[in-house]
Design a binder for this molecule. Structure first.
Ligand SMILES: [Zn+2]
Length: 493
């Protein structure tokens, strides 16, 4: 197929590609996938991978009457980068699927090793699984290095000074400003986290916090005793009570499908798929237990509601592209319901929600600090390029943020796609601002107020148009403000 010169056609092509890809990925994650389905979507849309498209788009953007928005240009740019990295990404996936860990005569699939670490009460055995996992990941370092090298080369082919330089100009937000905010967040929550961490280690594992390793922290955060307090069945009941009170249609008039049945090959982590925005959104979850699972479920629901309520009048860019910090904020806002004692009492029938809320809030603080350190590390990686000294940098940074020893082997394994860690961090900051606004106008129990429901529906209707700054301005702020997030934690403990 020839490169289309008509830009509307190009927009349609990208939209169709995204739809077909979302459907293929949904089917793969839901255990319904046919082998090679994702490949065949890419083959069908081969014309989008033509380097001439990038040249054409670069020429057409940045002018007054430009037919190509920054969002579309960036989407194509990152599509080309993903395509360049795809062979290494797929090789890593294949390795992960077949890898087994031998621990004390037991054979553990690599993909089950995280769950096993969380569940293992015997510290010696847990440490051995964690060590075997880290050793396995270290074997994949050459694949991960190769992947980054491909991204770097491709960026240079596109006339940039490297992948890091490309991220600096094409992420669409000020990387250094976020770095400053994140540094402040880590500093200002340090004492609070030290207390929380010490309480967790002593009360849950009976151990000296100074001796804790990362696998101990994972074990402490499993929290089995909360499993029966908020099961998936209770969650569904709570959600239907909640949405009735706030007057939001949980299914968005049929635009959200729920795929909740158990099925071999179904991914254990909940995920959402935007097959068509706003008409066909699928929330997929396998029945599992645990506070982290329930919160991940709520998070994906937040994304699903956001996209299913996006107005069809919003253009392609605002519906499918743009700043994902916006949708992350809505994900975190729904996730927060499991941290609201009044929501848990009223809708989930939890009599004594406070211990659960404290535990889940501690976990949230840990995740945020970890993501903050991860972002700092990723910036350093992109500024300096890969070197083995960076593995030590990773260990030190992450260990300082989490207050326990994080193995260095994960330094390339855990990096987020195209600095996505920043979208989560900006989403968390924006969510705390939104939450403060909701409480200010609709009071502490905003979640049972239909006017709050209307307010959210209005925000969702605009999709991601205007990015995080648009939402900030709609709630009376000039830009992303860290203060509400910090105060949020100070109030929780
Ligand atoms: Zn998310």
């Amino acid at each position: 197929m020839e490169v289309k010169s008509n830009l509307d056609d190009l927009r349609d092509l990208v939209e169709r590609f995204m739809e077909e890809m979302a459907l293929a990925r949904y089917r793969a994650g839901a255990g319904l996938g046919e082998a090679g389905a994702v490949d065949s979507v890419i083959r069908r849309h081969n014309s989008l991978m033509d380097p001439a498209i990038l040249e054409m788009v670069a020429e057409e953007s940045g002018t007054e009457e430009a037919g190509v928005s920054d969002e579309l240009r960036r989407a194509l740019l990152f599509l080309h980068l993903d395509e360049e990295a795809r062979p290494s990404t797929e090789r890593l996936m294949a390795e992960m699927r077949k890898a087994r860990l031998r621990v004390s005569g037991e054979d553990i699939p690599f993909l089950d090793s995280s769950r096993r670490i969380d569940a293992e009460g015997d510290r010696r055995k847990r440490a051995l699984i964690a060590l075997a996992r880290a050793n396995k990941v270290a074997e994949w370092e050459p694949i991960l290095q190769h992947r980054l090298a491909r991204l770097d080369e491709k960026s240079r082919e596109m006339g940039r000074k490297g992948y890091g330089a490309l991220l600096e100009t094409e992420s669409g937000f000020d990387l250094a400003a976020l770095e400053g905010q994140i540094g402040e967040f880590l500093a200002r929550t340090q004492d609070l986290y030290r207390e929380v961490f010490s309480w967790l280690m002593k009360s849950r594992l009976g151990m000296d916090p100074a001796d804790a390793e990362h696998h101990d922290l994972r074990r402490a955060f499993r929290g089995e005793e909360f499993d029966s307090l908020l099961s998936e069945g209770q969650l569904l009941t709570a959600l239907s009570n909640f949405t009735r009170a706030i007057q939001i249609d949980l299914q968005a008039a049929g635009r959200i499908e729920f795929d909740l049945e158990d099925r071999p090959g179904k991914q254990s982590r909940p995920f959402f798929s935007r097959v068509r925005v706003p008409d066909q959104i699928i929330l997929t979850a396998a029945p599992r237990r645990g506070h982290a699972h329930i919160r991940a479920w709520l998070h994906e629901l937040g994304h699903s509601l956001h996209y299913a309520y996006t107005s069809e009048r919003v253009g392609f860019e605002g519906r499918l592209l743009g700043d994902n910090s916006v949708t992350e904020a809505f994900g975190f806002l729904m996730e927060r319901l499991a941290l609201e004692p009044r929501w848990l009492k009223r809708f989930a029938g939890m009599d004594e929600p406070v211990p659960f809320v404290q535990f889940a809030s501690a976990h949230r603080l840990y995740r945020l600090r970890r993501a903050a350190a991860q972002y700092q590390f990723e910036l350093r990686l992109y500024r300096e390029g890969v070197s083995t000294s960076l593995a030590d940098e990773y260990r030190v940074r992450l260990s300082e943020a989490c207050l326990c020893m994080v193995p260095r082997a994960f330094y390339l394994f855990n990096i987020s796609p195209h600095l996505y860690s920043a979208r989560h961090l900006r989403g968390w900051i924006l969510e705390a601002m939104l939450h403060r606004h909701l409480v200010h106008y609709f009071e502490e129990d905003w979640f049972r107020n239909p006017r709050a429901g209307q307010f959210l529906i209005r925000l969702w209707a605009e999709g991601q148009e205007g990015g995080a700054d648009r939402i900030a301005s709609q709630i009376g702020a000039e830009s992303l403000d860290l203060q509400p997030l910090i105060e949020d934690f100070e109030k929780k403990f």
